[in-house]
Design a protein around this ligand. Structure first.
Ligand code: URA
Length: 327
């Protein structure tokens, strides 16, 4: 058979594409900050060089593609079982990873979410079944891909009054994610979540837990400010929710803290009042989720701070942190 036939060229391109995805994935997962020895660092250097030369080969082999977003790295072939995830969650999680990666390690792949059918979702609560924005064929997106997909969003009426889209902020590889309701005036002006009075309280809560805002990731159910700080409406939540789900798929944290009823009810598809949900561990796509009060509610009801702190202490415990030492 002639090796130069279009079929064999296509096969070669496909193989190289697979290699490229694998190497890109390795590159991405290598961006963690743990100490590695010189031998491992040298191996990583070699992998990068290989990735670079494979990219060059692909560029020579393949016909030019339209300027679409690059194919995201492929996640590990198999998702861990629910039992594996539960066992992992029982271990203390240790210190949060800093944002900057000094020396990239040969990191093990992060756990992909558990298969949807295994999760405890109330029967009355329909799961989100649409395609997730920024996600290519069930693959794990990057936050950048999700942000690009959101674009200059006009999917709901909140776009008309907003000054800035408030996508989220913090460590894209955070083990701990806080989800709020939606931007207020200050957040809308700055394009950053939780920077007003409620944000100051949240920042203190995060600090009391032994983290900084750069250790964690902070996002909201809706990304644009509801006028006059009214509650987000169902159609607005429905338009924005897929982006929150994609963000969580990109980050794959170990724990989510749902701040207030909109975050908890939206993620869990559960209409139970936050007063009853708070303080009870739940599960979102294989990720431990702790519902608690929203900081803005705590500013109005300071007697509830004690309960919120008890909820956050449960989270700290999971990370092997002790309240006495930092709070
Ligand atoms: N309240 C929220 O829920 N989110 C913010 O970003 C700010 C206040």
């Amino acid at each position: 058979m002639n090796d130069d036939t279009p079929d064999s060229m296509q096969e070669l391109a496909d193989v190289l594409q697979d290699v490229r995805r694998h190497l890109l994935w390795q590159e991405e997962t290598a961006g963690r900050s743990i100490l590695v020895d010189a031998k491992v660092a040298a191996e990583l250097q070699q992998q990068r060089a290989a990735a670079s030369s494979v990219r060059t080969m692909i560029a020579r082999t393949k016909a030019p593609e339209p300027a679409a977003a690059p194919t995201p790295p492929r996640p590990p072939a198999e998702s861990p079982s629910r039992d594996t995830l539960h066992a992992a969650m029982k271990q203390p999680l240790g210190a949060p990873r800093p944002l900057a990666a000094a020396t990239p390690p040969p990191a093990a792949p992060r756990a992909a979410p558990a298969p949807a059918m295994l999760l405890d979702v109330p029967k009355s609560a329909p799961r989100y079944n649409g395609a997730l924005p920024g996600v290519v064929e069930g693959e794990r997106p990057t936050l950048d891909q999700v942000r690009r997909e959101l674009g200059d969003c006009r999917r709901c009426k909140l776009c008309s009054g907003r000054k800035n889209i408030v996508f989220g902020s913090g460590n894209p590889r955070a083990d701990l994610v806080f989800v709020g309701e939606g931007p207020g005036e200050n957040e809308d002006l700055q394009g950053v979540p939780f920077v007003g009075a409620a944000g100051d309280l949240l920042t203190k809560m995060i600090g009391a837990m032994g983290f900084t805002r750069n250790d964690v990731y902070i996002a909201n159910v809706v990304k644009c400010r509801p006028p006059g700080n009214r509650n987000p409406e169902p159609d607005e939540i429905a338009a924005c929710e897929p982006f929150l789900r994609s963000q969580l798929l990109a980050i794959q944290p170990k724990v989510i803290v749902a701040l207030g009823k909109f975050a908890a009810q939206t993620l869990l598809r559960d209409t139970t009042p936050i007063t009853r949900m708070r303080g009870q561990w739940r599960e979102y796509e294989g990720i431990q989720l702790m519902p608690t009060f929203h900081p803005a509610y705590l500013l109005r009801n300071s007697a509830e701070k004690r309960n919120a702190w008890a909820d956050l202490q449960q989270v700290m415990k999971l990370f092997g942190k002790h309240p006495g030492s930092s709070a």
